[in-house]
Design a protein around this ligand. Structure first.
Ligand SMILES: NC(=O)c1ccc[n+]([C@@H]2O[C@H](COP(=O)([O-])OP(=O)(O)OC[C@H]3O[C@@H](n4cnc5c(N)ncnc54)[C@H](OP(=O)(O)O)[C@@H]3O)[C@@H](O)[C@H]2O)c1
Length: 237
């Protein structure tokens, strides 16, 4: 089984790579922009890596030549907050931060599937990483993650006839990642944990476990969905 995990050197992507090592015969490639981090994780986990900025069509074209000719799973995990809305002044600032968050979270995944989607074997999987921010009015970042979920519905339609599923995993607050770039205060973390029903921080492994299930034969009839993993902070009916 050939598996590509974008943004796989750190946090959630790294945990997903570790989870997929349990799949027999799995060949895993992680990507990202920082070679040192990729190299360390790849060595730790005994997997392959490739430096690639998934927002760059040029980088993706080059990476495509080095990636396996067939893929079974693509995990579009690369992303994050590209800037906070309130930190940008003026209309030009508004435009910049909205575009940056869209590029970082939507286009990275869209370009990846546009370049590599045709390589996915029948019965394969596309797993996108969204965010609880899509449900909480979180400005440009939350809107971009909502777009990821919407795009996923289209992917389910586009790839369904080949038995390929497409789903979005939407994490709540997940600790032990580089997401907050060291900027999460203890007060803010306490507040995030207090909003869960189980009173704990999310772990990258909580997301990885669901990714592992979505890639398994038992999840073949789950497609076009947004699946929430957040300790009950946001609930659906
Ligand atoms: N942590 C949370 O609480 C949380 C909650 C909801 C959703 N999420 C989502 O979960 C996903 C994983 O984030 P994380 O929490 O694990 O944070 P993280 O540790 O910062 O992981 C993000 C990874 O994506 C890579 N990346 C970012 N932009 C990229 C690009 N253009 N091309 C290639 N790689 C890129 C980063 O590496 P480089 O910078 O080296 O490229 C990094 O390894 C993100 O989509 C994030 O929005 C996180």
């Amino acid at each position: 089984m050939q598996i590509l995990i974008t943004g796989g050197a750190t946090g959630i992507g790294r945990a997903i790579a570790k989870e997929f090592r349990n799949v027999s015969g799995a060949q895993i490639v992680i990507t990202g922009r920082t070679e040192s981090a990729l190299k360390d994780t790849a060595a730790d986990l005994g997997i392959d890596y490739l430096v690639c900025d998934h927002s760059s069509p040029e980088d993706l074209s080059v990476a495509a030549q080095q990636l396996p000719a067939e893929l079974d799973v693509i995990v579009n995990n690369a992303g994050g907050i590209a800037g906070f809305d309130e930190a940008r002044a003026g209309l030009a600032g508004v435009k910049d931060v909205w575009l940056e968050n869209y590029v970082a979270n939507v286009l990275t995944a869209v370009l990846t599937v546009s370049e590599l989607g045709r390589r996915i074997n029948n019965g394969g999987r596309i797993i996108n990483i969204g965010s609880i921010a899509a449900e909480s009015g979180a400005g440009s970042y939350g809107s971009a993650k909502a777009a990821v979920s919407s795009w996923t519905v289209g992917l389910a339609k586009e790839f369904g006839h080949r038995g390929i599923t497409a789903n979005t995993i939407s994490p709540g607050y997940i600790a032990d990642t580089d997401f907050f770039k060291g900027g999460l205060t203890p007060e803010r973390e306490r507040d995030l944990v207090s909003k869960t029903q189980n009173g704990r921080r999310g772990a990258p492994e909580d997301i990885a476990a669901l990714a592992g299930f979505l890639a398994s034969p038992g999840a073949a009839h789950i497609t076009g969905q947004t699946l929430h993993v957040n300790g009950g902070t946001y609930t659906t009916r």
